[in-house]
Design a protein around this ligand. Structure first.
Ligand SMILES: CC(=O)N[C@@H](CCC[C@H](N)C(=O)O)C(=O)O
Length: 385
């Protein structure tokens, strides 16, 4: 296959959109990516599959006169969201949707890889198709399994995330922290179930959970410096089985976000205090689990980010927008804590936010994103440092 056309790219994106898969289950996505890449000019490519991380895929592009090895990462997983876009190419996998735009990310990565398979770069390039960004921190798992060793260790790493709030094709970035660090939190409140008519003989965990959730709202409003900010969101609450049986258990699952590790640790500490306080006052037992995994704050490397921003500002075909830090999480933060690099946004202009069942990114962002990234990687390879 020669150069992919825009309609090839749209067809690829729509196929990926129709068949989304959850974290670590991206078996068909992996096979599809592989089938597309195998049609590219293989002269300078080396494809690597991993027994230890079977849905991941790496592709090495051998440079003609390499001074460095540049990594480019895309995530490939989807979310447990039921699509409500009404699009003709809506998800065919019930309850699963590319509601975070990873279908766009993968297509952009394929477009850039396709270009460099036809136009050999000077530097070596590594494309990392990473499973499990939304949960289970695929980036950290890959790193810890030794995927980025020897010639497979990039000197610098780049990755993007789509952004519905930015104009189509615009590149957004900033020096320093781009995304928050996140920590997943699970709270189990255990009391005593009983008959709805005899509350005095039971210990109702629906009431305890309601109290806990309300009290937690005071952590960010009263214990966090408003200039620094923080987020606690509980996206899942489960308690009870039927209306007339008092619930003896409640489980609350959420996510904590902060722009620094210190802020995350502060919120974790206050959350434990509130949970233990509510449990004591309700005579309940509480179990709390925290899991940060690889979702460290996304810290952009100073020198590399300066260069990326300088490129984007002077490139007449790239619209650059300097963005604020976002409370979105990304396990690319873990990879950037090990390998210097930069994460940036690609504008996809949509009224629906990320993770919404109606998210419908503008597909015209795909060729624009590909062209900007190709030009950036070519610009990068001209530098002597
Ligand atoms: C870009 C994006 O939406 N990322 C996710 C990352 C989730 C991290 C972790 N599983 C958590 O929920 O804390 C996000 O929700 O920001």
């Amino acid at each position: 296959m020669a150069q992919l056309t825009t309609s090839d790219l749209i067809a690829i994106r729509r196929h990926l959109h129709e068949y989304p898969e959850l974290a670590m289950q991206e078996v068909n996505t992996h096979q599809y990516l592989l089938s597309v890449i195998k049609k590219f000019n293989q002269a300078n490519l080396e494809i690597r599959e991993l027994k230890e991380l079977p849905t991941a895929l790496l592709v090495y592009v051998h440079g003609s006169d390499p001074k460095r090895t540049i990594g480019y990462r895309t995530d490939i997983d989807a979310l447990p969201v039921t699509e409500q876009t009404g699009l003709p190419f809506s998800s065919k996998n019930p309850g699963v949707m590319h509601a975070c735009g990873h279908d766009i990310h993968m297509t952009v990565a394929l477009g850039v890889l396709n270009w460099f398979s036809e136009h050999q770069p000077k530097d070596n390039l590594i494309f990392f198709f990473q499973p499990a960004e939304e949960s289970q921190n695929g980036g950290k798992v890959a790193y810890e399994k030794g995927v980025f060793t020897g010639k497979w260790r990039p000197d610098e790493f780049y990755g993007l995330h789509d952004n519905p709030n930015l104009p189509t094709g615009a590149i957004g970035c900033r020096m320093g922290t781009l995304f928050a660090g996140t920590t997943e939190v699970n709270v189990d409140l255990i009391g005593k179930s009983g008959h709805a008519a005899y509350p005095q003989d039971a210990n109702d965990m629906v009431v305890a959970a309601a109290q806990f959730i309300n009290q937690v709202q005071t952590i960010v409003s009263r214990s966090v410096n408003p200039i620094e900010g923080g987020v606690i969101t509980f996206g899942k609450l489960e308690a009870g089985t039927i209306r007339n049986v008092i619930a003896g258990r409640a489980r609350i699952e959420g996510t904590i976000r902060g722009l620094t590790q210190k802020m995350i640790e502060h919120i974790v500490m206050r959350l434990k205090q509130v949970a233990n306080g509510v449990a004591t006052s309700y005579g309940a037992t509480v179990n709390i689990e925290f899991n940060q995994g690889g979702y460290l704050p996304v810290e952009n490397n100073e020198a590399l980010t300066k260069r990326l921003i300088a490129f984007a500002k002077q490139d007449p075909k790239t619209q650059f927008i300097e963005t604020q830090p976002a409370m979105t999480g990304e396990d690319f933060g873990y990879l950037l804590s090990k390998i210097p690099g930069t994460m940036f946004w690609l504008g996809v202009d949509d009224d629906s936010p990320l993770h919404a069942p109606t998210l419908n990114p503008k597909e015209s962002a795909i060729p624009k994103g590909i062209q900007s990234i190709i030009r950036f990687l070519e610009f990068r390879q001209q530098a002597t440092d």
